[in-house]
Each structure stands twice: as structure tokens, then as C-alpha cells.
Design a protein around this ligand. Structure first.
Ligand SMILES: Cc1cc2nc3c(=O)[nH]c(=O)nc-3n(C[C@H](O)[C@H](O)[C@H](O)COP(=O)(O)OP(=O)(O)OC[C@H]3O[C@@H](n4cnc5c(N)ncnc54)[C@H](O)[C@@H]3O)c2cc1C
Length: 385
């Protein structure tokens, strides 16, 4: 079904691409503006667990379930919890029949991109602003002029959305928790002692206001997040000098003094790509009054701390609900408003849980995380209602 209406999607992340794909399968064209110059212009990050009640539902509506199954790592669903002295405190899951299979972020993006007509994506299109026109449509403005005019503009452009100011004056704020991302290459062949700590899936380690999560991706690659509480401008104080990876690793290790040497190996053997990631969030329950012709999805609407692994899952479910609504109801104002109402409720609940996850980097982190793991295990063992 071609509606004759034009849809502009700002941002070609998992949310924006899922929206474009599901619309395309229902005969509705759209244009995605993505600031990356091309699909390989930057690494896309680590492994994602996709949940059966959100992202996997979206992939089914997108007709990409079979493609996903080929790439997914069903046996990487486990999570081992260690204390900072290296003692194993809990072993969660690992059951390949679980409902949270893993996929590399890059593979997910490729799956979605390959499913779209190539003319859908406008690479190298950094959106500067979205401007209302007198006839109710919107102009998407790039760095060098207009990128087009649309009946509906969807902001799928992440935490620092250029579309959000049309509906909300809120901005994400720093939560006080800093992640520093490290990467380990070819772990099985080159670092068997580290590989033995993370034979599959994920490893979580908690200490006093310090945390570490290591995640396996495909090809024996491991992504490590070091976590601590510092001021937002911490990097400028010079503790960690990113121009010298060797010195940066030494400074980061010093922060983790007292941790078991076996755990500090995650830092020792990491490569020279060291990326600070301040954890930011929009207020829990962020919402706006519906404005015809514009909406948001994913991080643009509800960026939250990543502890519960809901971000991509929420973004893809938002996209699926919006796409299905637009394809089933010709009254777009009504359908977008209805999508927003459902999304606000769902996102508020997920964001509240994600904010609680910040306790992973706190004085009572071990007790809190143990409780959390036990609750997950109880739920996994509970009979389906
Ligand atoms: C350290 C860390 C770890 C995480 N781990 C997980 C996890 O394990 N599981 C999980 O579910 N979530 C995780 N998340 C959250 C997850 O990354 C996001 O929730 C998810 O990527 C949101 O998808 P999105 O499509 O809404 O936005 P994004 O993925 O941010 O995509 C936005 C897209 O818009 C483009 N863009 C931005 N600005 C513009 C512009 N002005 N013009 C044009 N294009 C633009 C960007 O280049 C990007 O391609 C993590 C986040 C962090 C910080």
C-alpha cells in the first residue's frame, strides 16, 4: 500500500532501520538520513541480547527471523557473577533454548540494511534540525541545506536527537556512572587464561563502587566495560591519558587496586582502543504532548542506562509498533498518538528498572546483584502462566 505521504526517518540505528524495513514490507516507502558516511565507517559496538517479547517480535514483523537465526548465538546467553577477589558467586542461565539470543551489533545492522531498498538510506546526511512548514509538513535540514520535506518525521537519532526539541525540552543527563570500553581480540588463541574466565556469554564482576562486565562477541572477540563513579569532566582531570594506551591501561588498573590479578587481566590484554562512555539518561517517564507530523523512538525518546540490556530491544519494539500502526490505520495522527501513549508507559517501566541497575556500581553492589540474579533465575524457572 502506497499512501502518498512521505516519511523521513532521522537515524539509521537499530530503531530507524527496523521502522524502515517493516514499513517497506507493507508497501510504505521512507527515507532514512544517517550521519555515517557508509555502513562500515565506524565500529558498531559489542554483542546484544535480543528479547523474545520485544526485538524478536520486531524481527518477526520485519520478516527477518530466519536471517537472524543464522547469525544468532544461542549458546552465549549465560552470565557468571564474580566478586572482586575472583570468587564465582552465581552462574546464571547459559541454556541455549533461552529467550535472549545474542547477535553482534554489526551483524544486526547488516541484516537490516541488506533487507532495505538501497535508495532508502541517505548516507553522510547529518541532520542539523527539523523545521515546521506552514502547511503542516516538516523540512529536514542538513549541514548544507534542505534534505527534503515530509508529512511525518521520526526521530530515531539516538540520545542527542535533533528531532526531540520539536516535542520536548528535556535533554539526557549524566548519571554519575562512567563506563570505559576496552576490547580483547582473538581471546581463545592469544589469551587462554582470560578465555577460561569467559568461555561463553558474559561475566559480571562487582566490587565496592567498581564494576566490570565482559561480553563475548563472535570471532573470539571480547568487549569489556570498566565502571566507576566519577564527575562528568573526569577525563579532563588527566587521570587517564588516552593518547598513551599503555599509560591509560596502567591508570585504569590502579583504580581497581585490590582486585584479583586474574580479573585485572581483562585490562592487561586489551587492545589500544579505549573508549570512555559516560552513562546518560532522560528522566524516567519522559513524555510529551503529541505534535502531529513528528515523533520519536528508541534512545531519542527514552535513553536509559544499559544495565538491563533493554535499549535496543525497546527501540526495535517501538519501531515495530509504529510501523504496524502506520500500515493499518490511515489516520496517522491518531495512530502516532496511540503509539506514543503505549511507548511512554512501556519506556517508563524499563527506564525505572535501568536506573536501579546503577546500583551495580555502588557500595552494596554484590548483595544487590545477587538478589537480581536470583530473581532472574526464579523467573526463568517459573512455569508460564
Ligand atoms: C556502553 C553501552 C552498552 C550498551 N549495551 C546494550 C545492550 O547490551 N543491549 C541493549 O539492548 N542496549 C544496549 N545499549 C543501549 C543501546 O545502544 C541503545 O539503546 C540503542 O542503540 C538505541 O537504538 P536507536 O536506534 O534508538 O539509537 P542509536 O543506536 O543511537 O542509533 C542512532 C543512529 O542515528 C544516527 N544519528 C545520530 N545523530 C544523527 C543526526 N544528527 N543526523 C543523522 N543521523 C544521526 C547515528 O549515527 C546512529 O546510527 C548500550 C548502550 C551503551 C552506551
Amino acid at each position: 500500500m502506497q499512501t502518498g505521504k512521505r516519511i523521513g526517518i532521522v537515524g539509521g540505528g537499530p530503531g530507524g532501520l527496523t521502522l524502515a524495513r517493516i514499513l517497506a514490507t507493507r508497501g510504505i516507502g521512507s527515507t532514512v538520513f544517517e550521519l555515517d558516511e557508509h555502513r562500515l565507517s565506524r565500529p558498531q559496538g559489542g554483542s546484544l541480547d535480543l528479547h523474545e517479547d520485544s526485538a524478536l517480535v520486531a524481527l518477526r514483523h520485519a520478516g527477518l527471523e530466519d536471517g537472524f537465526k543464522v547469525l544468532a548465538r544461542y549458546d552465549d546467553q549465560g552470565d557468571a557473577l564474580y566478586d572482586h577477589l575472583g570468587a564465582l558467586r552465581f552462574q546464571l542461565g547459559g541454556d541455549p533454548s533461552g529467550g535472549r539470543p545474542e547477535i553482534d551489533r554489526e551483524q544486526l545492522r547488516t541484516l537490516l540494511l541488506d533487507s532495505l531498498p538501497p535508495e532508502t538510506i541517505r548516507w553522510g546526511s547529518k541532520v542539523r534540525a527539523v523545521e515546521p512548514l506552514s502547511d503542516g509538513r516538516y523540512r529536514v535540514a542538513g549541514e548544507h541545506g534542505s534534505l527534503g520535506e515530509f508529512d511525518l518525521v521520526v526521530g530515531a537519532d539516538g540520545a542527542w536527537s535533533k528531532v526531540r526539541p520539536l516535542v520536548s525540552s528535556e535533554e539526557p543527563r549524566y548519571t554519575g556512572v562512567m563506563f570505559v570500553e576496552l576490547s580483547i581480540d582473538d581471546v581463545d588463541a592469544r589469551h587462554p587464561d582470560v578465555a577460561a574466565l569467559i568461555p561463553r556469554g558474559k561475566v559480571s564482576v562487582v566490587g565496592d563502587c567498581l564494576g566490570l562486565i565482559a561480553q563475548r562477541s563472535s570471532n573470539a572477540h571480547v568487549r569489556v566495560y570498566l565502571m566507576f563513579r566519577v564527575a562528568e569532566d573526569w577525563l579532563r582531570h588527566g587521570e587517564v591519558d588516552l593518547s598513551s594506551p599503555e599509560r591509560a591501561r596502567a591508570a585504569l588498573k590502579a583504580r581497581f587496586t585490590g582486585w584479583a590479578p586474574s580479573l585485572l587481566r581483562f585490562i592487561d590484554v586489551s587492545n589500544d582502543t579505549i573508549v570512555p562512555r559516560p552513562i546518560i539518561a532522560l528522566p524516567v517517564g519522559h513524555r510529551w504532548t503529541h505534535r502531529p507530523g513528528v515523533t520519536l523512538l528508541g534512545d531519542a525518546a527514552h535513553v536509559m542506562p544499559p544495565f538491563s540490556g533493554e535499549g535496543v530491544n525497546m527501540a526495535m519494539l517501538d519501531a515495530a509498533e509504529l510501523a504496524l500502526g502506520l500500515s493499518e490505520d490511515s489516520d496517522w495522527i491518531r495512530t502516532v498518538a496511540a503509539y506514543e501513549a503505549r511507548m511512554f508507559t512501556r519506556a517508563a517501566e524499563a527506564a525505572a528498572g535501568a536506573m536501579e541497575g546503577l546500583d551495580f556500581v555502588s557500595e552494596h553492589a554484590l548483595a544487590h546483584t545477587l538478589e537480581h540474579f536470583e530473581a532472574i533465575q526464579r523467573m526463568a524457572g517459573a512455569p508460564h502462566p
